[in-house]
Ligand binder design. Structure first.
Ligand code: MN
Length: 245
């Protein structure tokens, strides 16, 4: 038999089925196939993590995983999570999803499992370690570009400079990455996390914890062509293979 693939837990979104006459919409998990394909291509075995109000269920689910990806979505993290009041441009919240992803992320960090936070997942990683967010880039960051690109998210929206000496720099192996940009919020203060990529307008595009594999990227590497993007998933799976540090 082939080598065991490291198990990579993915956090799904919650949507609902299409309502029809006499058939009400039912909640359903949603997950872009690109996450699954990226993990498979990187040599991992993707599994969908279940929502539960039971803290212990999250712990046990994460315990079955060798690594975790906190995925992004079209929603904002409640500002109370980082001690802020809601700005008027705050977007849609999904408090149930945020609670679920906080449980998963906390359990993964506690167990020192490798973590990749994508888009909103990066923002949650920043908040989890004590950082803060810009609630709306256009309103709050003077001179910033529009980070909600109007083109196919599989195409780059802008570039980002990779900070030398970071784990990200080692992984992608280039100084400049072309990244997709589908976010209206951004990390404001990364807290104890290291900033590892920055857009030309100064917006933080990647962070990492210095002492372990816990990386966040503001773009969607699973959607982007280019070896430097799949390299992030490969690095996650490789870290998942190593014994827990
Ligand atoms: Mn961006």
């Amino acid at each position: 038999m082939a080598d065991r693939r490291p198990v990579v837990g993915l956090t799904p979104d919650v949507g609902e089925t299409l309502a029809r006459p006499a058939r009400p919409a039912l909640p359903q998990y949603e997950l872009k196939q690109a996450y699954v394909e990226a993990v498979l291509s990187a040599g991992g075995l993707p599994v969908v993590l279940p929502y539960s109000d039971d803290e212990d269920a999250a712990l046990q689910a994460v315990a079955l995983c060798d690594a975790v990806v906190v995925t992004g979505g079209a929603f904002d993290i409640p500002p109370e999570a980082y001690g802020a009041h809601a700005h008027r441009m705050i977007g849609r919240l999904k408090p149930g999803r945020t609670r679920f992803e906080q449980r998963v992320l906390r359990a993964a960090l506690e167990a020192r499992k490798p973590v990749l936070g994508v888009c909103g997942g990066m923002q949650l990683l920043a908040v989890e370690v004590g950082g803060t967010l810009w609630q709306d880039i256009r309103e709050q960051v003077p001179g910033a570009a529009d980070h909600e690109q109007k083109i196919d998210p599989r195409q780059p929206g802008h570039s980002a400079r990779v900070v030398s000496g970071t784990q990200l720099a080692r992984i992608v192996g280039v100084d400049i990455v072309q990244v997709s940009s589908t976010h209206h919020q951004a990390v404001r203060d990364a807290g104890p996390a290291v900033v590892s990529a920055i857009a030309p307008d100064g917006v933080i595009e990647a962070i990492e914890l210095p002492d372990r594999f816990a990386l966040g990227v503001q773009w969607h590497p699973e959607l982007m062509p280019g070896a430097e993007h799949l390299a992030l998933y490969r690095a996650l799976v490789d870290a998942a293979r190593a014994p827990v540090r």
